[in-house]
Design a protein around this ligand. Sequence first.
Ligand SMILES: NC(=O)c1ccc[n+]([C@@H]2O[C@H](COP(=O)([O-])OP(=O)(O)OC[C@H]3O[C@@H](n4cnc5c(N)ncnc54)[C@H](O)[C@@H]3O)[C@@H](O)[C@H]2O)c1
Ligand SMILES: O=C(O)[C@H](O)COP(=O)(O)O
Length: 315
Amino acid sequence: MTDTSLLIIGAAFTPEERSRLETAHAALFAASFAEVAALDSATRASVKAVAFKGHDAFSGANMDLVPNLGLIANFGVGYDAIDVDAADARGIKVTNTPDVLNDDVADLTVGMMLAYSRNLVAGHQWVMDGTWATGKALPLNRKMSGDTVGIVGMGRIGRDIADRLAAFKMDIHYHARSEKQTPDWTYHADVVDMAKAVDWLVIAIVGGEATRNYVGKDVLAALGPRGVVVNISRGTTVDEAALLDALEAKTIEGAALDVFLDEPTIDPRFLKLDNVHLQPHQGSGTVETRRAMAELQLANITAFLGGEALVTPVN
Ligand SMILES: NC(=O)c1ccc[n+]([C@@H]2O[C@H](COP(=O)([O-])OP(=O)(O)OC[C@H]3O[C@@H](n4cnc5c(N)ncnc54)[C@H](O)[C@@H]3O)[C@@H](O)[C@H]2O)c1
Ligand SMILES: O=C(O)[C@H](O)COP(=O)(O)O
């Protein structure tokens, strides 16, 4: 038996992130829930808090592997992998890492939109492979500044995306469950109505069952042939089969995507498309932001184990 107050769960933790946690608390590491189940019961009973990273389902059954668990501290703002109702039922607190990643996710969104519209990846290749040196010009591409954009979800990240796109002189529309205080941006209570009014559709809502297929066939049809879907939220928020159909049939113009239903082995239909810009779920993936997320996760754990108020509670 090992007496440990903190269990670190997730193969995705980097050595730096693990050692930060292990230096601060008596900790044990398990790459997966199968490894947690293989620990002896006395060790599992000594655990008070879990540091969690990844997308494996943290179900009630997995919570029951750790019978005295009081806290699940998630690495990431999106906690859709954690069954919060099951945590509530067991008196387990959940924390996440909001705000510290807003800039990076919003930066990546704008970068993906520019990469898509200005054909940046092909342009780079044009120079590198000598095509430009033969005198051939890159085919003309699409102007982004001044276009119309609709943001689905005006939360922390959605707002930071909108602020950036306003600097690109874009006409900003947004859809949320309630109207927000904004500059002269246009609010749409209905997401299909918004899709009719815009050319870019940027998805920034939470993932999980409540928002599964939020952007479906009807929204894609309303977006139309100049429409570009940009998703930085979760793969679940878009009806991915309908999106692939629309991209293949070119009933929308294209997509810029950082998130997918099956990561990292995405649907192979994506790989045949010439109207997409794809990224490997790297919205928050800078050295600086991942460190800030790790520090916030640790601050929540330290507060909990010290009997103090949680920094960023979810429930
Ligand atoms: N690509 C990445 O690497 C990356 C990085 C960070 C976050 N994310 C995703 O972005 C999401 C948003 O993060 P945030 O910090 O802006 O969250 P937030 O809570 O501030 O905003 C989420 C938005 O979703 C809306 N929403 C929630 N439940 C809804 C429902 N049932 N129906 C309709 N709208 C609903 C909220 O009203 C809000 O506007 C995260 O949950 C995460 O999944 C992705
Ligand atoms: O929700 C988040 O904060 C981001 O998506 C980063 O976490 P993830 O890469 O584990 O999803």
